[in-house]
Write a protein of this length. Structure first.
Lengths: 114, 109
C-alpha cells in the first residue's frame, strides 16, 4: 500500500489554465504539507495543514489554494497557471506538527506549463 | 545566505570508499535535524535523524555540532546503490522543515 499518494503524476497544461493535484495519506498522520521543488532542486514548503486547519502558509501567490476535506487528504488547486509554476510538487505528511519523526513524501507531481 | 547550506558536489567515489558530507545551518533555534535521500526523479525519503550525541545506522553515521551549527553524514563501505542526492534538513519552531540544496553522490564500480 502506498503511504502517501498523489495524482496525477504528470501534468502538462497551457498557461492560464486552472489545475488541481490531489494527495492522500493512509498513515493516520495529523499533518500534511505541500512542497515545491524547482529546476535547481531546492525543496520549499508552501503549505501545512494540521487536522484540516492551515498552520503554515509561506509566501505563495494566492493563485495557489490548498484544501483539506479531512485529515487524510490535502489537495492543491492552482489558478491561472504561469510558466514559472513548472516544477515538481510533493505532498508529505507527518505524525504531528512537531515533525520530530520526519516526514513521508508522496511520489511527486511533475507540472509543466507551456 | 541560505538557511541550510550544503556542498552540491558531485562527490565521485569508488565502491567501498568512505565519504563524508557536511552541512551548516544558520538558525540557532533549529530543534531537530535529519538526513534525507532523494534518488533521481523520486521523492525524498528519510534516511536518519541526527542527534547531538551522534548516531549510527549500519554504514551511516550522523553527527550534530550545535556550537558550530554543523551536521555531518559519514557513509562507510559505499555501495553503488548509495548513489543519490543527500538532503540536510533542519526542523524549526513553526513546524517547518528547511531543506538544504542537497549533495550529489555518485559511487562508481
Amino acid at each position: 500500500d502506498t503511504a502517501v499518494s498523489q495524482t496525477p503524476k504528470y501534468l502538462v497544461t497551457q498557461m492560464g489554465n486552472d489545475k488541481s493535484i490531489k494527495c492522500e495519506q493512509n498513515l493516520g498522520h495529523d499533518t500534511m504539507y505541500w512542497y515545491k521543488q524547482d529546476s535547481k532542486k531546492f525543496l520549499k514548503i508552501m503549505f501545512s495543514y494540521n487536522n484540516k486547519e492551515l498552520i503554515i502558509n509561506e509566501t505563495v501567490p494566492n493563485r495557489f489554494s490548498p484544501k483539506s476535506p479531512d485529515k487524510a487528504h490535502l489537495n492543491l488547486h492552482i489558478n491561472s497557471l504561469e510558466l514559472g509554476d513548472s516544477a515538481v510538487y510533493f505532498c508529505a505528511s507527518s505524525q504531528d506538527q512537531a515533525s520530530g519523526r520526519g516526514q513521508f513524501f508522496g511520489p511527486g507531481t511533475r507540472l509543466t506549463v507551456l | 545566505r541560505k538557511e541550510v547550506e550544503q556542498d552540491p558536489g558531485p562527490f565521485n567515489v569508488p565502491e567501498g570508499a568512505t565519504v563524508a558530507f557536511n552541512c551548516t545551518y544558520s538558525n540557532s533555534a533549529s530543534q531537530s535535524f535529519f538526513w534525507y535521500r532523494q534518488d533521481c526523479r523520486k521523492e525524498p525519503k528519510l534516511l536518519m535523524s541526527v542527534y547531538s550525541s551522534g548516531n549510527e545506522d549500519g554504514r551511516f553515521t550522523a553527527q550534530l555540532n550545535r556550537a558550530s551549527q554543523y551536521i555531518s553524514l559519514l557513509i562507510r563501505d559505499s555501495k553503488l546503490s548509495d548513489s543519490a542526492t543527500y538532503l540536510c534538513v533542519a526542523y524549526n519552531a513553526g513546524n517547518m522543515l528547511t531543506f538544504g540544496g542537497g549533495t550529489r553522490l555518485m559511487v562508481k564500480p
